[in-house]
Design a protein around this ligand. Structure first.
Ligand SMILES: [Zn+2]
Length: 280
C-alpha cells in the first residue's frame, strides 16, 4: 500500500492529501528507456554526474488537483510532441522547419510560432515554467537520497506559482526561452534545472528530449533574451546552444565509468554531431 501523506501542497498551498509527485514528468523516464540496449535505464544528471538510473527525483509535494493542472496545462501536450524513441518522429522539429524564420544568424534561427500549426505556445511556456519552479520550491530526491541540484529562483517563486495557478501573468523579471533541438535525432538525455549564470543575471537551463529551456531572472535580463521570449511566441533553433549541451554531456560521460549504454550514447552523440544543420 502506498504511504498516505497529508501536508501543504506547494502549488495551491492547501493542506491536502499529497501525491507521489515527480520533478521531471514520470513518463519522460519511460520514453528515455532504450529497450534496444543492454541496460535500458535512462541516462540522467544526478548529483552533478551522469548516471544510468531507473530511479527518479520525487517527493510528496502536490495535491491531486494540482498534479492535474500541471498535466493538462503543459506536460501532456509536451510529451505528445517530443520523440518517443531515438531517431523517431519529432513533431516540434518538423513543425519549426516548415516556418520562415523571423531572424537568422550563423547556426541560428528564430521563429514566431504564434498560431502556427504544430505549436501550442501556452503549453510550452507553462511546462517550462513549471519545471524551473519545481526545481526552486522543493528539494527533490531519488529513493536512494540523491538530491537534485539546488535552484534559487531569486524571489520569483511566488510570481511563478501564481502564473502556474492561472492567477497572474509572468512578470518582466521572469523570461523563458526555448530552443528546439537542431538535429533530427535528439539527444536522449534528461537534465534537471542547472545554473548557467550570466554576469549580473541569474540564468538556469534544463533539457528534456529535444527541448532546451532557459530561464532568466531579475532586472538585468539581456535584451537578446527578452526579444526571444517564449511567452511572446518565439522559439529558436540554436546549433551552438545544442552543441554546448553535447559538450557538457561528452564531458560528463568522460568522467564516468562507462557502461555499455554510456558508450553507445557517446557514439550516438558523435553521429548526431555529424548530421546536417537546420535549414536557414
Ligand atoms: Zn494543490
Amino acid at each position: 500500500m502506498p504511504r498516505k501523506v497529508i501536508g501543504e501542497c506547494k502549488l495551491c498551498n492547501n493542506v491536502k492529501l499529497l501525491c507521489d509527485s515527480h520533478y521531471m514528468p514520470k513518463r519522460l523516464y519511460a520514453l528515455l528507456r532504450a529497450w534496444q540496449l543492454k541496460n535500458p535505464n535512462p541516462v540522467t544528471g544526478v548529483g552533478g554526474e551522469l548516471k544510468q538510473m531507473s530511479d527518479q527525483y520525487r517527493g510528496h509535494v502536490f495535491c491531486h488537483d494540482c498534479e492535474d493542472l500541471l498535466n493538462k496545462n503543459g506536460e501532456k501536450w509536451v510529451l505528445a510532441n517530443i520523440p518517443k524513441d531515438y531517431g523517431s518522429e519529432f513533431p516540434l522539429h518538423a513543425a519549426i522547419n516548415r516556418l520562415t524564420p523571423k531572424a537568422a544568424g550563423k547556426n541560428y534561427v528564430l521563429c514566431d510560432v504564434t498560431g502556427e500549426q504544430g505549436f501550442n505556445v501556452k503549453q510550452l511556456v507553462y511546462f517550462g515554467i513549471s519545471v524551473f519552479w519545481r526545481g526552486g520550491v522543493h528539494v527533490w530526491k531519488t529513493s536512494t537520497g540523491q538530491r537534485a541540484p539546488s535552484v534559487d529562483l531569486y524571489g520569483e517563486e511566488e510570481s511563478m506559482r501564481r502564473f502556474l495557478l492561472g492567477d497572474a501573468s509572468l512578470p518582466d523579471t521572469v523570461v523563458l526561452t526555448l530552443d528546439v533541438w537542431p538535429y533530427k535525432k535528439v539527444l536522449q538525455m534528461l537534465y534537471p534545472v542547472l545554473p548557467n549564470h550570466l554576469g549580473g543575471c541569474p540564468r538556469y537551463w534544463f533539457y528534456v528530449l529535444g527541448l532546451l529551456y532557459a530561464l532568466y531572472l531579475g532586472n538585468n535580463i539581456p535584451t537578446g533574451a527578452r526579444s526571444r521570449s517564449a511567452k511572446d511566441g518565439f522559439v529558436a533553433v540554436d546549433q551552438n546552444a545544442a552543441d554546448s549541451v553535447l559538450e557538457y554531456t561528452k564531458h560528463g560521460l568522460k568522467s564516468q565509468r562507462q557502461g555499455p549504454k554510456i558508450t553507445e550514447m557517446h557514439e550516438a552523440i558523435a553521429k548526431v554531431r555529424s548530421m546536417t544543420p537546420p535549414k536557414q
